[in-house]
Write a protein that binds this ligand. Sequence first.
Ligand code: NAD
Ligand code: WQD
Length: 342
Amino acid sequence: MNILVTGGAGYIGSHTIIELLEEGHEVIVVDNLSNSSRESLVRIQNITQKNITFHELDLRDRDGLSTIFDTNDIDVVMHFAGLKAVGESVIKALHYYQNNLEASMTLLEVMKTFDVKKLVFSSSATVYGDPEALPLIESACKQATNPYGQTKLMIEQILEDICATQEDWSITSLRYFNPIGAHESGLIGEDPNGQPNNLVPYIAQVAVGKLDMVKVFGKDYDTPDGTGVRDYIHILDLAKAHATTLQHLDHPNVYKAYNIGTGKGISVLEMIAAFEKASGKIIPYEILDRRPGDIANCYADPSLARTELGWYSEYTIEQACRDAWRWQCDNPDGYHTPAATI
Ligand code: NAD
Ligand code: WQD
C-alpha cells in the first residue's frame, strides 16, 4: 500500500514507518518539522535500507497538500501530526486548537477531494480524563481536562461523524496510553525539546547525568506506593498496532476506536526501579507536591484491540527501559548527536 504518514518525522511516526517499510509498504511523509528533525528520516532509511519520500510541509497548506495527493496514488493516511504537550496547550490554547484542528480538517477535506477514505488517527488516553473506573474501556466517559486533550476529543468526534454521514470512509482512532522506549538499533527514539516533561525521558537524562534527580510528583495518591500509576507501552508495540490496523480498514462506513496499552499499571517508583536495573545506575529522586492536573491512576483494558484487531502488547517494561537507555546513551543530544559518535 502507499501510505501517507503525517508527522512521520516525530517519535511515534518514525517508529511506525520502520514497521510499515518492513511490511513492504511505500511511505510518503508530510511533516513541518515543528517538533522533529529530518535526521530521524535519514536514520530510518539507514535502518531499513529503504527509501521514504519526504515533503516538508505544514498540513494546513491546502495547495501543497493537494499537490502531494495529486502526484501520489495514496491508499491510506496515518495521521500523527499535531502538537502534544499538555502544559503548553494550557498556555497556548488557541495555537493548539488552530494547529491540531485546522491541520486535521484540511487533511480530511483534501482526502475527500482525492477520494482517499481510509485513515488511522493518533488519539490518546487523555480523552478519558480522570477515570471513573479502571481498567479503562473504550466506551468509558470522555472528559478531556486540557486544550490538548480537547483537540483529540474534537477530532475523534469529527471522524465519527464523517463515518456516520458520508459514504465509504473507514477510520480508526488508536488511543495510545504512555508510549516509551526506542528502536532496538539505538538510532531512533524520543527527542524532547529542552527539559523533558514525561517521566521516562526525564529518568533517562538523570541516569546519564544530564539532570540531577527525578522529581516525583506526589506520594500521597491512592495507589499501592502513593505515586502515580500509568500504562507504559513500548513504542515498538505501538508501531505494530498501526501496521495491524491497516489490515482492518476494509469495512466502509465504520468508525472504530481502540485502547493501545498493556493493561498493566506501573507506578513512578516502580519505573525508577526498572530503569535502575536496565541502566545499572543509581537514580536519585526527591518527592515533591503533586503536579497540577495529574491523575492518580490510568491503565487500559486493551482486550478490544486483541479481539477485533488481533493486536496485543509483547514487550516488557524492562525491555522498554533497556531500549530507552540505549537510545539515551548513544544519542546524549538526541538527533543533534553527530553521526560519528553513534
Ligand atoms: P511528535 O511531536 O514527536 O510528532 C508529531 C509530529 O507532527 C512532529 O514531527 C511535528 O513536527 C509534526 N507536526 C505538528 N504539527 C504539524 C502540522 N501542522 N503540519 C505538519 N506537521 C506537523 O509527537 P509524537 O509523540 O510522535 O505523537 C504523535 C501523535 O500521537 C500526536 O498526534 C500526539 O498527540 C499523539 N499521542 C502522543 C502520545 C505521546 O505520549 N507521545 C500519547 C498519545 C497520543
Ligand atoms: C507519568 C507519571 C507523573 C514526570 C502525558 C500526557 C498524555 C499523553 C502521555 C499525549 C505521572 C509522574 C512525570 C516527572 C513524575 N500524551 N512524573 N515526574 O502525564 O501520564 O501523560 O503523556 O497524549 O496526554 O498527559 O505522562 O510521563 O508526564 O507522567 O513524577 O518528572 O509520572 O506525575 O504520574 P502523563 P508523564
